[in-house]
Design a protein around this ligand. Structure first.
Ligand code: P6P
Length: 333
């Protein structure tokens, strides 16, 4: 008999691992939101939810209809609960302050409501990524600001993702390891199907968008060259490659069987920042990866140590099997 998400959270609370009733209820609310998103995603063309919205997001990317729908589901399902001081999303320029009609709470929720949008219309796995921070103590008595969100990833109290694929999964950490729930669609319940997930320290599988190779910095070019050389090169083993173009799917594969995922900055990027966003992609994924025994760096620095300066700032990401991440770091020395 599988435990439900609620039973898992109650038992974590009993063991002293879960911070508060508020956090437990907030996580359950996010899980309900992801159930709703999964339902809409699964409708596809039947629900009229495919294609572009006709607008761009703060990143300058064309928004898909599902980006906006998912974003609104997360806002509407969580704004009234009294657990949040505010929210931030890849799809919104500024922070979302809880309307005065609702009580404010002590947490901040950040999310990429639908990661992998380019895959929506071609029925490839996509997901929702979320990160939970504590709001500054005094924020209850004043106007919330963007600065309240600019906390290092090491300050997260919980993080996870929903993966809308052949199964609908919820991956979660509250800082006590990584667990996975599978949605029982007959009953509409998240059931615990994996506990204490551990990433193998070694791997023979890398994930990177090879079409960018001529733009990569030299250390990345050298690392991938050596992987491709396989047993004929310095690595002494043959590698496999994967690229789904949904970070959630790549990270899930790594949590299941190991691997390394790279989205480094490239020479087209004057700020050398990279494509992925720190606050609601790299930080939550790095929390999960480290809690499962992996490592996550921006090429050399631990991502969870980065002190953010902007809500939508981007970062290079190299994460996965601990020993392989260490190997990549040697190419930057
Ligand atoms: P590319 C999806 O848009 C995303 O933010 C990540 O989920 C994914 O890993 C990456 O971008 C894919 O980027 O350049 O291969 O389309």
């Amino acid at each position: 008999m599988h435990k439900t998400l609620s039973q898992y959270l109650v038992e974590q609370q009993r063991q002293g691992f879960l911070l508060s009733e508020d956090l437990k209820a907030l996580i359950e609310g996010i899980a309900r939101s992801c159930k709703s998103i999964a339902h809409v995603v699964a409708k596809g063309a039947l629900g009229g939810v495919l294609g572009n919205q006709g607008t761009d997001n703060v990143q300058g990317e064309a928004q898909k209809k599902m980006d906006v729908i998912s974003n609104n589901i997360l806002l509407q399902a969580n704004e009234w609960t009294g657990h949040l001081a505010g929210m931030a999303s890849e799809e919104m320029d500024t922070i979302y302050k809880i309307p005065n009609s609702y009580p404010k709470g002590k947490y901040l929720l950040l999310f990429d409501p639908l990661d992998g949008s380019s895959n929506i219309d071609v029925n490839v796995s996509i997901g929702t990524i979320f990160s939970i921070l504590k709001a500054p103590e005094d924020s209850l008595n004043r106007e919330l600001t963007e600065a309240d969100f600019l906390q290092a990833g090491s300050q997260q109290v919980a993080a996870g993702y929903a993966l809308y694929g052949p199964q609908t999964l919820l991956m979660l950490t509250i800082g006590h390891g990584v667990v996975c729930f599978t949605l029982d669609k007959d009953v509409g319940t998240w059931l615990l199907t994996q506990e204490n997930i551990q990433i193998p320290t070694e791997t023979k599988e890398f994930a990177i968008n090879m079409s960018n190779s001529r733009h990569w910095d030299t250390p990345v070019q050298n690392y991938i060259h050596d992987c491709l050389a396989g047993t004929t090169g310095p690595r002494g083993k043959d590698f496999n490659m994967r690229w789904v173009a949904s970070m959630v799917a790549e990270v899930h594969r790594i949590l299941q069987r190991g691997g390394i995922f790279l989205y480094p900055w490239d020479k087209r990027d004057p700020n050398k920042a990279g494509k992925l966003r720190l606050m609601y992609e790299a930080n939550p994924m790095s929390f999960l990866i480290e809690q499962a025994g992996g490592a996550s760096v921006d090429t050399v620095n631990r991502i969870l140590d980065i002190q953010p300066s902007q809500l939508h700032q981007r970062v290079s990401v190299i994460l996965g099997s601990k020993n392989e991440v260490e190997t990549v770091k040697q190419y930057f020395v």
